[in-house]
Design a binder for this molecule. Structure first.
Ligand SMILES: [Zn+2]
Length: 131
């Protein structure tokens, strides 16, 4: 089981002054995909790999520089598992009501919202047909 679902990734924090980074690599068994406000799972996946910048009060304490520096932080997948489980994050914390809320918005697989209709595929997508 582990062999089928285990991937390896790292959360990299890279100093923008000297380029130093020492990300510990770890295992994952599913991938969290934020889907709130996303037209598709593909958009959510792209969002989860967007870098964030540590600046101002959030500057990174760089071990190489010995100072707090601006840095970029991102997730880096080192090895994908043979079977990738996607966990769609449908819950989000609402800062106005201070409650966890579930979104029931339709989320498409690859670009369009909603559930794909069976038997209808776009040209050039999906496995090649055998004759
Ligand atoms: Zn540095």
């Amino acid at each position: 089981m582990r062999r089928l679902f285990e991937g390896r990734h790292a959360y990299v924090t890279r100093c923008l002054h000297c380029g130093h980074s020492a990300p510990p690599e770890s295992s994952f068994f599913d991938m969290q995909v934020p889907v709130r406000g996303c037209a598709s799972i593909a958009v959510g996946l792209r969002r989860s790999f967007e870098p964030s910048f540590l600046t101002g009060d959030n500057r990174y304490a760089c071990g190489a520089c010995g100072e707090r520096r601006d840095a970029v932080r991102y997730q880096e997948v080192r090895r994908l598992p043979p079977m990738l489980l996607l966990n769609l994050e449908r819950f989000a914390f609402d800062m106005e009501t201070l409650e966890r809320r579930k979104t029931s918005d339709a989320v498409g697989v690859s670009g369009s919202r909603g559930r794909p209709r069976p038997g209808r595929r776009r040209a050039g997508r999906g496995p090649a047909r055998r004759r």
